[in-house]
Write a new protein. Structure first.
Length: 401
């Protein structure tokens, strides 16, 4: 049987896409090639909010075929629409005639070049997105988007939603329910699980490195120190909670423009919070093993929150704001964590105090968090992609018939 030729267009290598690409490439019915529009430089990583220049130390390009397109943008970069301009994608699609093309998002020029080429060549095109209706947009932008999105989203042969909120987004802009398939965000679960198990015996040693005693209940913030992540709300919640329970401590992983503000406040108030700085993929599990739960106070700019996937895979319950994209899919109160109102530091602090005061509940929630993470696996992403491909194949046959 001939394998289906599948092309995925992505902005640049991203650590959270690689597990999906690899599981597709290993499927006997799929002939996959990923087309990247740019190699993100260490300087671009810093500009994206990480605060430091770096390269990911994981094998982002192993296990699947890929190529880098020629980016002819006058101002190349992954953080703007015009920063990715790869006109050769048109001739590639016309010449290779893949069975289907998936574009990862449409917030960059190359995605539109690919979609237009697919429509012109009658090549099935799908789009994967984690956009949701809770992201703030001014009224003028919403009005301008409405007719344009209502035109192009129904033209897609399939819409690949990462969760329930992105599914609602596609429906809002005119996608038919039967053309929407769930392809969840995933992480390298095998790596995180095996590393967590290996490091579990060294938990006290890891904590000591960050001046955290073994008797503390440690809440983790892991991410960029930028406005949408709201790191100061984590600081304030830990401050309030630690006054009610002295066992409570905080661990903050990452870097960015707001780190200095957070550190200054913690120092002035003498709060039980430690900062590690940026940790790469090979180091981040140390923080997950050292902590008892994750806190993600982000606003709606956090369209999913893949740090939740990582943390749950390592057995951490998660406390997230009600604006975080994964909140309705991954968080069940008193089972895998809790959801709190955006910006409500007092409510978050109460949840932390409650969690810290019940040793048995912490163990139960840890187990359930790990179980929930299994539902957001590479196998689930593969299944959703295959369902979409089968549906697109049937749709194409009907068109020909």
């Amino acid at each position: 049987m001939r394998r289906q030729r599948l092309v995925i267009l992505s902005t640049h290598p991203i650590q959270y896409h690689s597990p999906w690409f690899r599981v597709l490439a290993n499927h006997p019915e799929i002939d996959l090639e990923v087309w990247f529009c740019q190699r993100a430089t260490p300087k671009e990583q810093a500009a994206a909010g990480f605060g430091v220049e770096f390269d990911w130390d994981g094998a982002l390009l192993d296990g699947y075929s890929h190529r880098f397109l020629q980016n002819v943008s006058a101002t190349p970069g992954v953080n703007s629409f015009a920063g990715l301009n790869t006109p050769e994608v048109r001739s590639l699609i016309a010449g290779e005639q893949p069975d289907a093309v998936i574009v990862n998002g449409w917030h960059y020029k190359s995605a539109w070049q690919a979609m237009r080429a697919c429509w012109r060549e009658s090549v099935p095109v799908m789009a994967r997105s984690d956009s949701n209706l809770r992201t703030r947009r001014n009224t003028a932008k919403r009005v301008l988007k409405w007719p344009y999105y209502r035109w192009f989203i129904p033209k897609l042969d399939a819409c690949l939603a990462v969760g329930s909120w992105s599914r609602d987004y596609f429906l809002h802009y005119g996608a038919r329910a039967e053309s929407i398939f769930t392809v969840p965000h995933v992480v390298d679960a095998e790596y995180f699980q095996s590393e967590a198990e290996r490091l579990r015996a060294k938990r006290d040693e890891l904590r000591a490195k960050w001046r955290l005693s073994r008797d503390k209940v440690v809440f983790l913030f892991a991410g960029k120190f930028i406005a949408k992540k709201r790191p100061m709300e984590f600081v304030r919640a830990v401050e309030l909670a630690s006054k009610k329970n002295q066992r409570i401590a905080g661990l903050m992983v990452g870097d960015g423009c707001l780190r200095q503000t957070c550190e200054a406040y913690v120092s002035d108030q003498e709060l039980p919070i430690t900062f590690t700085g940026f940790l790469n993929q090979s180091e981040i599990v140390n923080a997950y093993v050292s902590a008892d739960a994750l806190v993600l106070p982000s606003d709606a700019g956090e369209t999913w929150g893949l740090v939740v996937n990582e943390a749950m895979t390592c057995g951490l319950p998660c406390f997230v704001s009600d604006h975080v994209g994964c909140s309705s899919d991954m968080i069940t109160a008193n089972q895998t964590g809790a959801v709190f109102p955006l910006g409500d530091c007092e409510r978050l602090a109460d949840l932390l105090v409650e969690f810290a005061g019940d040793d048995i509940q912490r163990k139960t929630m840890s187990k359930r968090a790990k179980q929930r993470a299994h539902s957001y696996s590479s196998a689930a992403a593969l299944s959703g992609t295959l369902e979409a491909l089968d549906a697109v194949k049937i749709k194409c046959r009907r068109r020909v018939g």
